[in-house]
Design a protein around this ligand. Structure first.
Ligand SMILES: Nc1ncnc2c1ncn2[C@@H]1O[C@H](COP(=O)(O)OP(=O)(O)OP(=O)(O)O)[C@@H](O)[C@H]1O
Length: 402
């Protein structure tokens, strides 16, 4: 009996081990890996407190709230990847939650936060880069669904569709990443309300989080030295850089807001992302839909699947009347023509995925930095627009990937 007690006794050493084990479940929000795997936890020290000390201290009570439970002081030292890491508060909170939920003792947490020295950081980045092996989306069997959003003509709402689609994916629980590949006409930072810069980890960039998505855009470097680094001679390789210089992990969905046009960009996407599926955005009038067809027909030249067509600005509801300001039928025309020319090659039709209204919210709320499908708290709005995007997500995820 006394042997059993000894085995079960909560020693400082045993508690230190158990707290360390809890730290393995604390995930770095940017890198998506455990802080112990990343070498961030550099020390866990536990000291027993006497009864007096236990009452005097500001205790983190265990789940049992055990009044007679022993009291300990837990000192955890961590090293973050960069000093003043913007997500350090999230990491602190996650550590605190992991410690305070410990059931069998009163624990007082002391946290020392430092940052890695250059050598350690260099090794970590080298390790992450090796694991990622260049463009992470090129490896066979990757689970990420890649949707490249194209339009042919500018101004039809391609970026607004991308931002709202990304926000919907994220709100529905998909791990979602967005690349703004529209280098000269970038709009994702504005549409998603991103004002911060990506963290630079020794040459590897962390995407910025917005509305539950992880975003990368050249617009985030505006005015900074890195903008120069990413422009100039390497501009041709911009997409490849977005893929290989940024830590993406393995998201469920990657959306690419392509530059308008019908040529080069699609070829780069097809080369860098062999799994990419094209979504063609058009407005109802022929001047937009004719070019949208050309944007979709790029699939005849490069191996790329075409997931479907989105018709934007289809109508405007005005005091009970549905006005077709830009005419009718563009989306269906693009769908029919792409189906006629591509179905033999693709092995399926190219469906019209959605028709979206012209809505002041899409512009006003959208340009204020919140996709119109979301409420202010980031949940999906109870609106016809959010329902259309939800349906689109379902259709996209239900179809077999090409
Ligand atoms: N359904 C809509 N209702 C109202 N306004 C819209 C709608 N879709 C897009 N807009 C607005 O139209 C303008 C152009 O949209 P957006 O920037 O998304 O188009 P784009 O095709 O990506 O253009 P570009 O390729 O030139 O960047 C923006 O001001 C946007 O807010």
């Amino acid at each position: 009996m006394s042997e059993l007690n000894e085995q079960n006794e909560l020693t400082e050493e045993r508690l230190a081990r158990e707290i360390y084990a809890r730290m393995t479940g604390v995930i770095d929000p940017e890198l998506g890996k455990s802080i112990t795997d990343l070498g961030m936890v550099t020390g866990v020290e536990v000291t027993r407190e006497d009864e007096q000390g236990a009452q005097g201290a500001d205790h983190a009570h265990g789940a049992h709230g055990a009044d007679h439970a022993p009291a300990f002081r837990v000192h955890i030292s961590i090293e973050l990847t960069v000093p003043g890491c913007p997500l350090s508060d999230v990491i602190r909170q996650r550590i605190e939650d992991a410690v305070t939920s410990y059931p069998d003792a009163h624990l007082t947490l002391e946290l020392t936060v430092g940052s890695m020295n250059e050598e350690k950081l260099g090794n970590l980045v080298a390790e992450l880069k090796a694991a990622r092996r260049e463009n992470p989306f090129h490896k066979p069997g990757i689970k990420t669904r890649v949707f490249a959003v194209a339009s042919g003509k500018g101004g039809v709402g391609k970026s607004s569709v991308t931002a709202n689609l990304a926000a919907t994916f994220a709100a529905l629980g998909y791990d979602t990443a967005v690349i703004d590949a529209d280098i000269y006409g970038f709009s994702m930072p504005k549409l998603l309300g991103v004002t911060s810069h990506p963290t630079n980890l020794n040459g590897m960039l962390m995407p910025v989080e917005a509305w539950g998505t992880r975003v990368m855009s050249i617009g985030m470097f505006a005015g900074s030295d890195q903008a120069i680094l990413w422009r100039g001679p390497r501009l041709q390789r911009s997409l490849e850089q977005f893929l290989s210089d940024v830590w993406w992990g393995e998201p469920d969905v990657l959306l690419i807001d392509m530059a308008p046009g019908t040529g080069d960009m699609a070829i780069s996407v097809a080369q860098a992302l062999p799994n990419a599926e094209l979504i063609v955005v058009t407005t109802p009038q022929p001047s937009a839909s004719d070019i949208a067809v050309r944007a979709g027909l790029v699939a005849l030249q490069v191996p790329m699947d075409v997931a479907g067509v989105v018709e934007n600005m289809s109508w405007y509801d005005h005091v009970g009347e549905r006005l077709r300001i830009f005419g009718e039928g563009g989306g269906q025309r693009v769908s029919d023509q792409l189906t006629a020319q591509l179905s033999a090659k693709l092995g399926h039709d190219v469906p019209l995925l959605a028709q979206l209204p012209l809505e002041t919210d899409i512009r006003e709320v959208g340009e204020s930095g919140r996709p119109a499908v979301l409420n202010a708290d980031g949940s999906l709005a109870d609106s016809a627009l959010a329902e259309s995007f939800t349906q689109m997500v379902r259709s996209l995820m239900e179809r077999d990937r090409g």
